[in-house]
Design a protein around this ligand. Structure first.
Ligand SMILES: [Fe+2]
Ligand SMILES: [Fe+2]
Length: 307
């Protein structure tokens, strides 16, 4: 057991000390500087549109599809801003303020403060990403309805006690941090999309690779210190949050498609509103399994971190 604690402590210290080398905000090159936009390239990956396989989408006019694709980029970035500011940063705030007694060590507080800076930078990237593409494509300013991910989280928080709210915030952040990197990688690896959009998501993805490891370590530190009831509650909420994260945000899409007068938008969305089975939940499932082992008195090293 002592070896595992030493190993975790070493990893936490390494993550903290290497931040200046790895954090994208510390790089001299910012993806939104020296931007050259390519009018021909799509701004977003068409395969990530929830209706990209539907016959109504396939037969739609090419110009209309291009407008939908560009607004898909805006929707993705607006959702990213909500995740950063309403899901991940509040947990960093909890850690910095000592709301988890087991994370009182200064290294955890440093790690959380560094993650907050990273997430603020990702927010800036998304704000810039929306502004530049909106201007370039002369996109309409559409007010989107609330994202299901955020609405569900607020509902869960509303009925909870103060300590449960802390655990719910943690569950939402764990879930998002372990699911987001696989979503980002498809955009950051694409040679098909606008190079600016690719570079911007790549910068975000590089940070998130480390965050997945950091949030795994933090969870492994917090979890054994919880009582069995809180442990069960945390696992249950992590699983629930992953379902919200997976939501296709049909209401937001409907307002975009209706604004652009996309034919039979409601039918198309209704027929595409099945759960998204493509989401890679490997990292999250691996963490849940290792937490379940902890409750049975077993522990496991994890050598899959990117530092
Ligand atoms: Fe982020
Ligand atoms: Fe993150």
């Amino acid at each position: 057991m002592e070896n595992i604690i030493d190993y975790q402590t070493k990893l936490i210290h390494t993550f903290t000390h290497k931040w200046t080398e790895r954090a994208q905000v510390r790089k001299t090159y910012y993806p939104y500087e020296r931007v050259e936009l390519d009018v021909e390239k799509p701004d977003f990956l068409t395969e990530l549109l929830p209706f990209s396989q539907h016959p109504l989408w396939n037969k739609a006019d090419a110009f209309l599809k291009k407008r939908v694709n560009s607004l898909g980029w805006i929707l993705y970035n607006k959702k990213t801003i909500h995740i950063e500011t309403e899901i991940v940063m509040p947990v960093c705030d909890d850690i910095v303020h000592g709301n988890f007694a087991v994370l009182e060590d200064d290294h955890f507080k440093q790690l959380a403060s560094q993650a907050m800076i990273d997430e603020s930078y990702h927010t800036l990237l998304s704000v810039k990403g929306c502004a530049l593409i909106s201007e370039f494509r002369c996109l309409p300013k559409i007010t989107l309805p609330a994202f299901q991910l955020i609405t569900q989280l607020k509902k869960e928080l509303f009925a909870a006690s103060s300590w449960q709210q802390t655990l719910i915030r943690l569950a939402a952040a764990i879930s998002s941090e372990l699911l987001v990197s696989d979503y980002l990688i498809s955009l950051s690896n694409s040679t098909e999309i606008q190079p600016f959009c690719r570079a911007l998501t790549e910068a975000h993805w590089r940070d998130e690779m480390s965050h997945a490891g950091i949030f795994t370590l933090l969870t492994r530190k917090i979890f054994p210190a919880l009582n069995p009831g809180d442990q069960a509650f945390l696992i249950e909420v992590i699983m629930r949050c992953s379902t919200w994260f997976n939501d296709k945000e049909s209401a937001c899409w409907l307002s975009i498609l209706n604004y652009l007068e996309f034919p039979d938008a409601e039918t198309m969305l209704f027929e595409c509103n099945l759960p998204n089975n493509n989401l890679n939940k490997n990292k999250l499932n691996h963490l849940i399994q290792s937490l379940a082992l902890t409750t049975q008195g077993e522990t496991r090293h994890d050598h899959s971190f990117s530092i």
